[in-house]
Design a protein around this ligand. Structure first.
Ligand code: RB5
Length: 142
């Protein structure tokens, strides 16, 4: 199960991501927001982060205007590794090396075509399980 969240700056891109998830039969839960009215991104970052640390969802996707604020907020929750990605290389490497559990993107930064490719890469790349990367993740947790 994929947890989705956004603020008003990410709402339109989230609709593109939802269309991709539906087309590919990937189950998701949308934690809001639900429109273009101005909202506070930390609230949606918290909801998605909590869904992951509680085990309700396995990964998350968060979108605000730049992807910066919402990733900063999500990374305050212990156990969350939110990665702001602007291309597929970053999405692939953050899964391989960081075992990122949240993908953050900027709705005002990446276009819908690229964003969907980034999501696809993020969701379909497994953590490398290499010792040095596991050690570094443990160090982050500590
Ligand atoms: C909202 O205007 C904007 O600040 C927000 O979407 C995000 O870009 C913050 O980092």
């Amino acid at each position: 199960m994929i947890a989705l969240g956004c603020d008003h700056g990410g709402y339109e891109l989230k609709q593109e991501v939802i269309a991709y998830l539906k087309e590919n039969d990937i189950p998701f839960k949308d934690y809001g927001c639900d429109g273009l009215q101005s909202v506070d991104y930390p609230e949606y970052a918290r909801k998605v982060a909590n869904a992951i640390v509680s085990g309700e969802c396995e990964k998350g996707i968060l979108i605000c205007g730049t992807g910066i604020g919402i990733s900063i907020a999500a990374n305050k929750v212990k156990g969350i590794r939110a990665a702001l990605c602007t291309d597929c290389y970053m999405a692939e490497l953050t899964r391989l090396h960081n075992d990122a559990n949240i993908l953050a993107m900027g709705g005002r930064v990446v276009g819908p075509g690229l964003a969907v490719k980034i999501v696809d890469t993020f969701l379909h790349t497994e953590f490398s399980n290499e010792e040095r990367h596991m050690r570094r993740i443990e160090m982050i947790e500590e």
